[in-house]
Design a protein. Structure first.
Length: 96
């Protein structure tokens, strides 16, 4: 079943987070896969984890605000960046 033996370590939206941005940043939606996606920040994030996913920021459907449930590939969005044990992610993400 699910949840057994995950050698990559913890992942997902439930991990402890630490916000690393003071002001919201913008980015372009690289892809959207149903419940999560990837954002390419307009200005590269300066952080030791920033290159972990080729510079892209993970975003979960649960971190979208403003009543949206998905992002459109190629559209711009605004978000705060957090770090957790799996890398960088977007929270309070507003689509355009």
């Amino acid at each position: 079943g699910k949840g057994k033996g995950n050698p990559r370590g913890p992942s997902g939206p439930g991990l402890p987070r630490e916000r690393i941005t003071e002001e919201p940043v913008t980015g372009e939606v690289q892809e959207w896969r149903g419940k999560y996606g990837w954002i390419t920040p307009t200005v590269p994030i300066e952080h030791q984890l920033a290159q972990k996913h080729k510079g892209n920021i993970y975003v979960s459907m649960s971190d979208l605000v403003g009543g949206i449930t998905e992002l459109t590939q190629g559209s711009l969005c605004q978000f705060h960046v957090f770090q957790d044990s799996s890398g960088l992610g977007a929270e309070e993400c507003l689509g355009s």
